[in-house]
Design a protein around this ligand. Sequence first.
Ligand code: NAP
Ligand code: GLV
Length: 315
Amino acid sequence: MSAFVFVTPTWDAEPWCKALQKVAPKLDIRLWPNGGKVEYVTYAAAWLPPPNELRRFPNLKIIFSLGAGVDAILGDPTLPQGIPIVRVNDADLTNRMSEYIVLNVLMHHRQQRRIDENQRNKIWQPFPQHAASAITVGIMGLGVLGADAARKLHVMGFNVVGWSRSLKHVEGVKSFAGASEFDRFLGETDILVSLLPATADTDGIINSTLLNKLSRRGPFGAPILINAGRGRAQVEDDILACLDSGALYAATLDVFRKEPLPVTSKLWSHPRVSLTPHMAADSDPETICRYVYAQIERFENGEALVNVVDRLNGY
Ligand code: NAP
Ligand code: GLV
């Protein structure tokens, strides 16, 4: 007996079941939490699983994350050990993230919020625009998503630099690696994009100290922050203080330390903050189910899984 279970407490699992059934009509698909005998379950696909849930399945062979990030799965203190965790690395999700990053870099670069404000007030006020080449976009986390966004921004004429743990080779992008090169990366960056995973090392990394090290040579005289990685990387009070002091010119945030963002957060109404409710790059059920089932087929044919999470690194 081999069954597949979806553990997606914050999502409607119905479209996921339908999509997987379409790709794998013979697969025995169960719905959490009333999926029948837990002993039958060999594959679980999860998004924000409640702690202590995955350990209920004693015969699990693979855990699939239905997103690229795995912090919620790895944060489960009773997560079964020794079972591969496969995360999403898929062109559809990557393209969606690059759309979000390019959209927001351009939104700040072309001062779209100022233009919208002028339209609301019926003010006809052309103002000088600068070239993309006047701006350096620095991407923290030059992984699957960061590298794709970097390539696309480079094609548009922006200077692009990236920072990750290991050195990368992305055409047209200057790569920095590790703690020793972090300050040089920050010093070149006018628009900082974070696509870092949430790990012990990245927790609170976007704080006043970091923001004060960013370049002030860009056209706005102060840097801009875009975070679409994880909220745990940011110190929200520091971001607000830097916006108020002028140390930060503006911010776009898709992710927050606490989600949904509490209505009491000052970020909601800050005039220089654009925010989105963690929707920069959706996981599409059909695409991701095709990806998941292809991995199950590989596994059952004795082939190696791909995009397996390194539990020690935390991503
Ligand atoms: P990835 O391919 O694993 O890339 C992560 C990058 O971060 C790697 O380049 C890695 O460096 C770097 N990194 C990790 N820890 C670091 C550290 N301590 N110092 C410096 N660099 C560090 O992951 P991905 O697919 O690009 O996804 C990145 C993150 O985006 C996910 O983990 C998730 O949190 C977030 N995400 C958000 C959304 C959304 O809708 N907002 C959607 C999808 C994903 P190395 O390459 O050297 O290891
Ligand atoms: C979304 O946040 C993801 O990790 O895919």
